[in-house]
Design a protein around this ligand. Structure first.
Ligand code: GLV
Ligand code: MN
Ligand code: MN
Length: 396
């Protein structure tokens, strides 16, 4: 029985939602994300868990029964969302973790090792551009000296956005022996297999690249077509080329964010900045995909009389989750072990050398990073049971 899962899910459902059935925006350090975090702390304290936070704003709620000792088992996920995102990406892992602990208690399990429920900051990189910012800071993959200078779209620095919100000092991961993150599936693999829960084998390498196209601002009515240096054209052709190259090679390339200056209807733009999200099944394929897109964009810039500068903002290498831990998570359930193209804090912890595994809960449409993201309650409850089973094996 997991009576609390549905209650917790209902608690969170309205927070950060646009209207009754719109998308979510739980921006790091914004009101909705803060409300989710306050809710998490309240839920943790109601369960007698001890909440610790580090100086970056990551939280872990610990269950340390008398006698629990040795390397801790960490679970959890994140509470922030993409712009106009769904309810499940992140919060499902946090709510399931709390519900999973309830299941263990109901079963009378007393962990021999500390168990933590973690909430990592800014997993989506929707505000400061760097995905998995919280786990990168917690593992040292990104330094605070670099991160504090990151700016959001309004020019607000990370350190200022925090505004004293993160005051802890604890190294939350120091005592962690392994991490198991539960997440909604962001594809249709489990649907096609007809199973509610699966485990992850690994994460595709992926990266974010800023393409700055610079041209010359000019009058939309008086500038002859042949006299223009229009960066929008260079960008448009680049987006088409990226799509084609990714399709032909079986990889992924997306331009999902654009800034146009001056962004006026009756002016040729002076510059266009576009962000490429590229993902591939190997680091070599990723590098060659991005090189190919850059080369085509550069050729087109020469023809358009525009300039192109490409900056790699973040690159995450391929992740293989810990096979032994994954075997223990899967147990005798027979659940499939599948790869994913989505990034996760679990990938950052795995890269930092912490044995890590993931569980995925079926998403009937496969749609994610969208208000349409969904998982049926019965599947979510199956996910809670699978997580509880895993934790029970790991804390024994
Ligand atoms: C995070 O969900 C990502 O894959 O970008
Ligand atoms: Mn996520
Ligand atoms: Mn996401």
């Amino acid at each position: 029985m997991t009576p609390d899962f549905e209650r917790m899910w209902r608690d969170l459902a309205p927070v950060g939602r646009s209207g009754a059935d719109g998308g979510y925006f739980r921006q790091p350090f914004g009101a909705a994300e803060r409300e989710c975090l306050a809710w998490f702390v309240e839920q943790a304290q109601a369960r007698g868990l001890v909440v610790e936070r580090d100086r970056f704003g990551n939280h872990v709620a610990w269950w340390r029964p008398d006698g629990a000792d040795g390397p801790a088992v960490l679970t959890g996920s994140h509470l922030d969302s993409v712009l106009d995102g769904g309810a499940y990406d992140g919060p499902l892992g946090v709510v399931s973790a709390l519900a999973g602990l309830d299941v263990l208690r109901d079963r009378g399990v007393t962990p021999a090792r500390p168990v933590g429920v973690g909430v990592f900051l800014e997993e989506e990189g929707s505000r400061f551009g760097l995905a998995c910012l919280g786990s990168r800071l917690a593992t040292g993959a990104t330094s605070w000296a670099t991160a504090r200078e990151l700016e959001d779209r309004d020019g607000v620095r990370l350190e200022d956005a925090m505004d004293g919100a993160a005051v802890g000092e604890t190294d939350l991961l120091a005592a962690v022996g392994c991490f198991v993150e539960l997440h909604v599936e962001q594809g249709r693999d489990l649907v096609d297999r007809g199973v509610p829960v699966g485990a992850a084998s690994g994460i595709w390498p992926h990266g974010r690249y800023r393409f700055d196209f610079t041209g010359q601002a000019n009058h939309a009515g008086t500038t002859r077509m042949e006299d223009r240096r229009d960066p929008m054209l260079t960008y448009a052709m680049t987006a088409l080329a990226a799509n084609k190259q990714a399709r032909l090679s079986g990889q992924r390339a997306t331009f999902g964010r654009l800034e146009v200056r001056p962004n006026g209807t009756n002016a040729v733009p002076s510059s266009v900045t576009a962000w490429l999200d590229a993902r591939a099944d190997s680091s070599e394929h990723l590098a060659s995909l991005v090189r190919g897109i850059e080369r085509q964009a550069g050729d087109r810039a020469d023809r358009d009389g525009t300039r192109l500068d490409v900056t790699s903002e973040s690159v995450s290498h391929a992740v293989r989750f810990d096979e032994d831990l994954t075997r223990r998570v899967v147990g005798t359930s027979g659940m499939p072990v599948i790869p994913t193209g989505a990034g996760h804090d679990a990938g950052v912890l795995a890269t930092a050398g912490i044995p890590t595994a993931m569980l995925f809960v079926r998403n009937p449409t496969g749609v994610s990073h969208s208000p349409a993201e969904h998982a049926d309650t019965a599947d979510c409850l199956a996910g809670v049971q699978a997580l509880a089973d895993s934790l029970q094996r790991l804390v024994a």
